[in-house]
Design a protein around this ligand. Structure first.
Ligand SMILES: *Cc1c(COP(=O)(O)O)cnc(C)c1O
Length: 453
């Protein structure tokens, strides 16, 4: 399997090359040259454990890895999860389900991919003797998960930019209280979009990128997208047989990584009927799906900080597909959008996706209602998934984070502060972070000083 750039100006690459590069040199994102049809495997995969399913799935995409090594990387990654099912599916009522994706080491769905990616990096370092500097921006959870995927791994340093004051205190502590020497949390003024923009600038500086052997952990990384496809299969197999007819997955969305994975799983033959993009008040995608106009607004900070994103990087992969696999068209759209902040589609093709949006007030009300109705606590991101549920469908809402990561909002909604021991411990630890301007020069300087040697 080869991977091509959505902008068509870079050569196609192998899986390992795409993972190492993150962004393609032409600024595009890597996409499978051909989406494989895996529907013939579905019957066999039905009864596999999570780790076995993950291996069976990823093997189709990772030709340049030895399968014994791949298997041990995957087993090791999911051994750190605290629930025996890894991704348990809860039935709230009748045809309403919640897929809990928060039983990994940092209590958000990002662990599913980043535990695997951390091990892939470590394997590469072991084999080549290369040193690696991993760089990413986070809206809260990616940073923690990426850091925990690489904690104390020799030969790798990790640099994570985050918007100071706009992530939860515990999200920040998961990054800043590790005590590990190879971890550099960098606090910027501004929003996640500001952090993501400067990272894109740094990655487009080819010379800098290669002299420090930089790799991106952002949700554009192909390994993340593919690893996340697995839980859609896993969840589908846990639905009762009579509920599989008309299945909709609802995905709390920020950078469009998680939902892209579900949509790809569908294109590979998993019989998902539809997917819903659940946004918070940062509803650029909601507006696009309802008006055909893709138009950026200023980021608004919300109760669901990991979704406080306007320009979703991964959306380009979806566009590439619905615009007929035409890289020139993507280049044109992205160029116009970048220079004017708006792109008006003559006819926008939503494929099987729809979208909802949820205000902060609705988030609080939903947390309250779900607690009353089901005696179940959802975090503020997951709460966005409860909007506009279609009772005719089997709905699977992806629970993207553990409620204990957002105690203030939960307390406000239901008067209870959820706690979990792994987070309580952090409150006693020393927090180390590096304040820095969200500017290319400053960040490159910091990396130069602190790169792994
Ligand atoms: C990252 C994150 C999201 C958004 O996921 P994307 O893949 O960026 O769309 C939603 N909820 C939580 C808790 C997250 O950490």
């Amino acid at each position: 399997m080869n991977y091509i750039s959505t902008r068509g100006q870079s050569p196609s690459v192998s899986f390992a090359e795409a993972v190492a590069a993150g962004l393609a040199p032409d600024g595009g994102l890597y996409f499978p040259q051909e989406i494989p049809n895996l529907s013939g495997n579905i019957e066999v995969w039905e009864s596999l454990s999570y780790a076995d399913l993950c291996f069976a799935f990823l093997e189709h995409f990772t030709e340049d890895y030895d399968s014994g090594i791949l298997r041990s990387i995957i087993y090791d990654a999911y051994a750190s999860f605290s629930h025996p099912d890894i991704a348990p599916l809860k039935n709230l009522e009748d045809n309403l389900f919640v897929l809990e994706l928060f039983h990994g080491p940092t209590l958000a769905f990002k662990d599913f991919a980043l535990q695997v990616l951390g091990n892939l990096y470590a394997e590469k370092i072991k084999n080549t003797g290369e040193k690696l500097n991993v760089l990413g921006a986070t809206s809260g959870d990616t940073g923690a998960a990426a850091i925990h995927g690489l904690l104390d791994k020799p030969g790798a340093n990790i640099f994570i930019l985050y918007p100071k004051g706009h992530i939860s205190d515990l999200q920040e502590r998961q990054m800043t209280c590790t005590g590990a020497d190879n971890v550099f949390p960098m606090a910027i003024e501004g929003s996640f979009d500001d952090a993501q923009n400067v990272i894109k600038e740094i990655f487009s500086d080819q010379e800098f990128r290669s002299s420090y052997n930089l790799s991106a952990v952002n949700s554009i990384n192909l390994a993340r997208i593919l690893a996340q496809c697995v839980y859609y299969f896993y969840a589908y197999f846990r639905l009762p047989l009579d509920k599989r007819e008309n299945v909709e997955f609802v995905v709390p969305t920020g950078n469009f990584g998680n939902i892209l994975s579900g949509w790809l799983a569908q294109k590979m033959g998993l019989p998902i009927k539809s997917l819903k993009i659940a946004t918070n008040r940062n509803d650029i995608l909601y507006r696009l799906f309802n008006t055909g106009v893709y138009s950026v607004s200023p980021v608004e900070f919300s109760h669901a900080p990991s979704m406080d994103i306007q320009v979703a990087s991964n959306f380009e992969r979806f566009l590439y597909y619905v615009e007929g696999n035409n890289p020139q068209r993507i280049l044109d759209i992205m160029t116009e959008f970048k220079s004017t902040g708006t792109y008006k589609f003559k006819e926008f093709n939503p494929d099987t996706l729809s979208s909802s949006h949820t205000s902060d007030e609705e988030i609080e009300n939903t947390i309250h209602r779900v607690h009353e109705q089901y005696d179940y606590i959802v975090d503020p991101h997951t709460a966005c998934g409860f909007k506009a549920i279609d009772p005719e469908k089997t709905t699977v809402i992806l629970a993207t984070a553990h409620p204990a990561k957002f105690p203030k909002t939960i307390e406000k909604a239901i008067g209870i502060e959820p706690t979990i021991e792994s987070l309580e411990i952090l409150k006693e630890k020393k927090s180390i972070f590096y304040p820095i301007a969200a500017e290319k020069k400053a960040i490159q300087g910091f990396i130069e000083e602190n790169a792994v040697s």
